[in-house]
Ligand binder design. Structure first.
Ligand code: BES
Ligand code: ZN
Length: 466
């Protein structure tokens, strides 16, 4: 029986195991779910053991643990290091879900005629990293595994992977590998498989504007004392000019500008602007002048308010001039922009432009650097070959707008370029209510990853002259 036949025979079990994992509400951002996050780690460890690793361990960190497992079939064979995350985004707002976020159900939709699994984490990233566990199991069971496999599955990706840095730096030997494989990104569509070759970085900030030392009557004091919400709105509005360029001095200094040839190539990827707008129910797209939607997301930096609050927001009216106003702001960054430097520029600029009538406090949250992956490595060729064999199509290299801070850390600390071979779709609603992942994507992913192991081992062997 072939690997493909093994996957086919075990389909139901492969799906049910994932559903069990999706039932664990491993929300890393909310301490309320602490024991669930730990339970998810234990589930992952057990899954790795059942799939056939030599040893699996739960490695504690200052935060949530990292699950590590390895199968060394031959110390001279090439090694694939697999990274993924078992934590998920908060599911709120719950009322916008058609079915409870941690009670997975399979439903058929237009973009997933063969059914999609609806649950928080189905695409990001439980459904995606679990494909690796099943691809590994299948290859091992059929005696086809010709490379060593190491798994590193973390529990803090959605909160900035703050303890991963230390873990990677302290375990370089253990994590030694010839390639890193990650499925935590999207592809263009099932008809247009793609490999992600660039991700943006991130600088996440919180802003606090303080006016008077207490809330005031908006009649008694209004017009005479600065309203921190009014001021905050004005400050934020001033951060973009009329061309939607960011006005923070120095923000673009290190931004890599691409030549026309590269931009033209990027814009050749299949993309239907009309369909994009229709799916989001918007009349127009919007962004930095002079760039296409693909470029705005893939190669240009941004600044977005993620949340803004202050004053009275409950039922009815209350005439109050609030003492404080807050905002959470994220900036997506591109290669060469350093997230710490950008955070500093942001803070300095806000303080410089704030009127003397308020005090401004800026607290940087997590951050991460952008990453670009070369397309002329054995890893990339192996991904191309695997996709070609599974989908019958050549993979298109794409640049995506999301961030996975670990990608640049792997490059820096381990000298390895991660291969970002994800099987999600942009329409999977990750981080939103009704997140889902195609059943077909899941099984095609398992098959393609198994083929990656095969092609990588053989291409690597050829390079070594074996
Ligand atoms: N899977 C996403 C990253 C992603 C999203 C890549 C879309 C490509 C396309 C990942 O789990 C994620 O959400 N990352 C965070 C990073 C942050 C918390 C440091 C993000 O992008 O906001
Ligand atoms: Zn995510």
């Amino acid at each position: 029986m072939s690997v493909k036949a093994y996957i086919e025979t075990n389909k139901e079990r492969f799906l049910n195991e994932l559903l069990d994992l999706l039932r664990i509400p491993s929300v890393s951002a909310d301490p309320k779910f602490k024991s669930d996050v730990h339970q998810a780690a234990a589930f992952v460890k057990e899954s790795l053991e059942k799939a056939g690793v030599d040893k699996a361990e739960i490695c504690s960190t200052a935060g949530y643990p990292i699950v590590y497992g390895e199968k060394i079939i031959d110390p001279t064979a090439p090694t694939v290091l697999i990274y993924g995350h078992y934590d998920v985004q908060p599911a709120d707002p719950y009322e916008l879900w058609d079915s409870p976020p941690f009670e997975p159900v399979i439903k058929k939709t237009d973009s997933h005629p063969e059914g999609a699994i609806y649950a928080r984490g189905s695409a990001d990233d439980k459904g995606q990293f679990y494909m690796h566990v099943k691809a590994f199991e299948s290859m091992l069971a059929k005696n086809q595994l010709a490379c060593n496999i190491k798994f590193m599955i973390e529990g803090e990706e959605e909160v900035g992977s703050e303890n991963l840095d230390l873990f990677v730096k302290a375990n370089k030997e253990k994590l030694q590998a010839d390639v890193v494989l990650i499925s935590d990104t999207s592809m263009i569509s099932m008809d247009h498989p793609s490999v992600t070759v660039g991700l943006r970085g991130l600088a996440y900030m919180q802003v606090e504007v303080t006016g008077p030392n207490r809330d005031l009557h908006s009649g008694t004091y209004g017009g005479a004392v600065a309203n921190p919400i009014n001021v905050l709105c004005k400050l934020i509005a001033s951060l973009h000019d009329e061309d939607n360029k960011i006005t923070i001095p120095g923000f673009y200094d290190k931004v890599e500008e691409y030549d026309l040839a590269y931009r033209t190539q990027l814009n050749k990827a299949p993309f239907e602007e009309e369909d994009y707008k229709k799916k989001l129910d918007i009349a127009e797209t919007s962004g930095e002048k002079g760039y296409s939607t693909i470029e705005r997301v893939g190669i240009r930096p941004t600044l977005d308010v993620n949340g803004i609050w202050g004053g009275y927001t409950a039922e009815g009216a209350k005439t109050v001039l609030p003492s404080k106003a807050y905002a959470k702001v994220s900036m997506r960054l591109v290669p060469n922009q350093d997230h710490r430097e950008i955070a500093k520029l942001f803070e300095n600029h806000l303080k410089a432009i704030a009127p003397a009538s308020v005090k401004v406090k800026v607290v940087p949250h997590h951050g991460g650097q952008a990453a670009v992956v070369p397309t002329d490595s054995i890893g990339y060729y192996a991904a191309e070959a695997a996709i070609e064999e599974a989908f019958g199509k050549k993979a298109i290299p794409t640049r995506e707008g999301g961030s996975i801070p670990i990608t640049s850390l792997f490059q820096q600390e381990l000298g390895l370029d991660p291969i970002l071979m994800g099987f999600g779709l942009d329409t999977d609603a990750i981080h939103s209510p009704n997140e889902h992942y195609g059943v077909k994507n899941y099984f095609m992913g398992i098959e393609t990853i198994a083929l990656f192991f095969k092609h990588f081992s053989s291409m690597y062997g050829k390079k070594q002259g074996n």
